[in-house]
Design a protein around this ligand. Sequence first.
Ligand SMILES: *[C@@H]1O[C@H](CO)[C@@H](O)[C@H](O)[C@H]1NC(C)=O
Ligand SMILES: *[C@@H]1O[C@H](CO)[C@@H](O)[C@H](O)[C@H]1NC(C)=O
Ligand SMILES: *[C@@H]1O[C@H](CO)[C@@H](O)[C@H](O)[C@H]1NC(C)=O
Ligand SMILES: *[C@@H]1O[C@H](CO)[C@@H](O)[C@H](O)[C@H]1NC(C)=O
Ligand SMILES: *[C@@H]1O[C@H](CO)[C@@H](O)[C@H](O)[C@H]1NC(C)=O
Length: 459
Amino acid sequence: MAGTTNLIMKTLLLFPVVALSPGTAVRYSANWTSIDSRPLPPWYDEAKIGIFIHWGVFSVPGFGQFSEWFWWWWKGAQREAEVDFMNKHYPPNFEYTDFANNFRAQFFNPDDWADIFESSGAKYVVFVSKHHEGFCNWPSEVSWNWNSVDIGPHRDLVGELAEAVRKREGLHFGLYHSLYEWFNPLYLKDKASGFKTQDFVFQKTLPELVHLVNTYKPELIWSDGDWEAPDTYWNSTEFLAWLYNDSPVKDYVVVNDRWGKGCYCTHGGYYNCADRFTPGTLPDHKWEKCQSVDNRSWGYRRNMKLIELMDLPTIIQDMVYVVALGGNYLLNISPMEDGMISPLFEERLRGMGGWLAVNGEAIYASKPWRVQGENTTVPVWYTSKNNTVYAIMLEWPSKLMLNLEVPKTTKDTIVTLLDNPSVPLKWLPTEPAGMVILMPEDTPVSHGQAWVLKLVEVA
Ligand SMILES: *[C@@H]1O[C@H](CO)[C@@H](O)[C@H](O)[C@H]1NC(C)=O
Ligand SMILES: *[C@@H]1O[C@H](CO)[C@@H](O)[C@H](O)[C@H]1NC(C)=O
Ligand SMILES: *[C@@H]1O[C@H](CO)[C@@H](O)[C@H](O)[C@H]1NC(C)=O
Ligand SMILES: *[C@@H]1O[C@H](CO)[C@@H](O)[C@H](O)[C@H]1NC(C)=O
Ligand SMILES: *[C@@H]1O[C@H](CO)[C@@H](O)[C@H](O)[C@H]1NC(C)=O
């Protein structure tokens, strides 16, 4: 174990000093100015839609608001709901780590999962490799036995899912990774030193990150759990310089912005900012909104109720708003400890895929337009591809005439509805700008409660 750690640390120590030489690819230095200057690999902006998957030992108790924090609620914050739950239902000497024996994954079929993800219309998957509880969903050599091969499922969950996802053309595979671990003694020791020592980082975090990258070659790293310590404690810029210069994924890997206290919304690749980031105007940096179908938790809650889940129209409308404002939409589902995805989550994902199968042209590889939306006849969000503009209506107009104030028509303008693209719709320009469109009499079926008008050759 120690030998491996040393090797990995030596690898990490090699990178920062290589100078930029003519004729070779740009090399990044271990500072934010340099790291932040890397262009985002284009696949990410084009993909637009991802699926987030929170699965771990927390899925076993599967209880309470933000169930993935169960251990912390119970032992750290000592939140009443979790403390009562444990007192009522478990013997007094029961430890959180005992839950791992019941993390069985007996129905986990990674191909079934990949099929659902593909059917959702998503173009990337972000799987929790390790959450703040520290349990590794892959055989980490520096995790003692706190991983899915030594206990619980006795399977390499990351590896199996990576392989199944990669069989689907057009689905990218990414990993979520928590930098900190609430109760790891090494972390607690560093924390007690005011983060002056870095034993946890050098013996756990960095070896694991490098191992994940070299073994599973994730196309995206969704970093989290950074906020208690500065990025200099995590050696984040050193890790990212290695990732961008010398790792096997250097040409296409994408990362987010959670790399140390104060980093989010400021440094890294694309920005997540806070969970469920919901900007009011077009941000000037690529961003992603992560949102959970179960809005009260990222991990599975056995006590969730139907009314607490986002319904399909709400999901579609949220996704459309995000894409119109230049974001990506990362929709979370929460598998059960036995490896099943609740048919309720599956229904939402397949429903999103049904809508995207008709309307995806307005979403994938689109760009924000010069105006993001208007509310003239009905609420409309805009996306664009050069001179083609997509007006995404969140309501079907009650009158046959739909007014759009923003598009400037030309003599070549053609208007169609993506539900029925072979039938051009009649339209007339209005003064001083805008247009009025004669809508079809019958409302097309849209399971997502959003309809797309394609406006060809408008300005
Ligand atoms: C970051 O690295 C670049 C390239 O080595 C260097 O030119 C620049 O001065 C560094 N910036 C800071 C703030 O250290
Ligand atoms: C961590 O960062 C420090 C300070 O920048 C550097 O001296 C050290 O080599 C780095 N170590 C690793 C393993 O990245
Ligand atoms: C989700 O929950 C947050 C607070 O936790 C709330 O602000 C937001 O409106 C909720 N969204 C939906 C769609 O219910
Ligand atoms: C339309 O108006 C509603 C209510 O003010 C607002 O919440 C929504 O964001 C607007 N939609 C667009 C596309 O501007
Ligand atoms: C826009 O036009 C350029 C050049 O004609 C083309 O290469 C590009 O693919 C177009 N972009 C989109 C989003 O259609």
